[in-house]
Design a protein around this ligand. Structure first.
Ligand SMILES: [Fe+2]
Ligand SMILES: [Fe+2]
Length: 301
């Protein structure tokens, strides 16, 4: 880890993830030479993307990860998150020299199968045995199954149906955020206290929306890898969709910063937010439509 990174104010996890992404999945220090993935789960309480590095064992087409939490007594947050929502995005280094995200479905291993793979992992990397002793609990073993669009199945069709549903939810939530902004603009002018209450509500609405959209795009970026493999003619369209995700992500980050500065003291602040909001979502409707037109026919939805 460079001095520059150490001085950057990032957390230990964030530094590892930054290094992982910059070096095609390789990380130095205590993880030198270890097979690593980065997992994104959905925060079960916040809805916010939760990102963490993990050591994996590749078993055929699936990837096994271990909820050791470095020997702490409690299971890690990412494990609780995937129990709640098993769609996990897994980033991994590739032969092309850059990390790629993959959509996976998580399955917790049970009984004899769990014990067998746990023993295998401890024999490959004795640090896991130490974690187990320190933690004093049976450490869960989770299999991640990457999305495979090789044959269009019930599961792939469900991905298409979910895409439509998520877009509908995001459109509805967006309408609510806009309504909340308008309400604040109309009602908040006269009374500073009601302005503060409304601002707080507005902030919650907006953050829920930001996190929901971020999660949606992270999961899509993962499934795009499977689409590109199965439908090479879609690569140019998917490249455009990925780029649009980056534009939206950058705009959301600015938007969140604006919210974090917080404290909408007067209607002017809310009016500025409204302009920013319109800017952020300007291209979103087009993006949703283009995505539906591109991906759904391939999934036979
Ligand atoms: Fe998208
Ligand atoms: Fe989408």
């Amino acid at each position: 880890m460079s001095e520059e990174q150490a001085a950057s104010g990032l957390s230990w996890n964030e530094r590892v993830i930054q290094e992982f992404r910059a070096n095609n999945g390789r990380v130095g220090g205590m993880f030198e030479g270890a097979p690593m993935v980065v997992l994104t789960t959905m925060g079960r309480k916040t809805g916010k993307p939760h990102v963490n590095p993990a050591i994996y064992y590749k078993d055929g087409d699936r990837y096994l990860v271990f909820a050791s939490n470095a020997g702490r007594g409690k299971n890690p947050d990412w494990y609780h998150n995937l129990l709640d929502s098993p769609q996990v995005t897994m980033e991994i280094g590739t032969d092309e020299g850059a990390v790629r995200p993959y959509a996976t479905r998580a399955q917790v291993l049970e009984g004899e199968e769990r014990d067998r793979y746990w023993e295998l992992q401890c024999s490959l990397d004795p640090a896991f045995r130490e974690y187990e002793e320190k933690a004093g609990r049976a450490i869960p073993v989770v299999a991640l199954h990457p999305l495979d669009l090789g044959v269009i199945t019930e599961r792939s069709r469900m991905i298409g149906t979910q895409l439509l549903k998520h877009h509908a939810d995001l459109r509805a939530e967006l309408a609510r955020v806009r309504a909340a902004v308008d309400e604040t603009l109309t009602a908040g002018g006269a009374d500073p206290r009601s302005m503060a209450d409304l601002s707080e509500q507005l902030r919650k609405h907006c953050l829920t929306y930001c996190y929901g959209l971020q999660m949606h795009h992270i999961r899509e970026d993962g499934s795009f890898s499977a689409f590109e493999k199965r439908f090479p003619h879609l690569v140019p369209a998917i490249t455009r969709l990925r780029e649009e995700h980056k534009v939206v992500e950058a705009a959301l980050a600015e938007f969140e910063e604006l919210l974090d500065k917080g404290g909408f003291q007067n209607p002017d602040d809310v009016a500025r937010l409204r302009v920013e909001l319109d800017r952020v979502v300007g291209g979103l409707e087009d993006h949703f439509r283009y995505e539906e037109e591109t991906l759904l026919p391939a999934l036979e939805v």
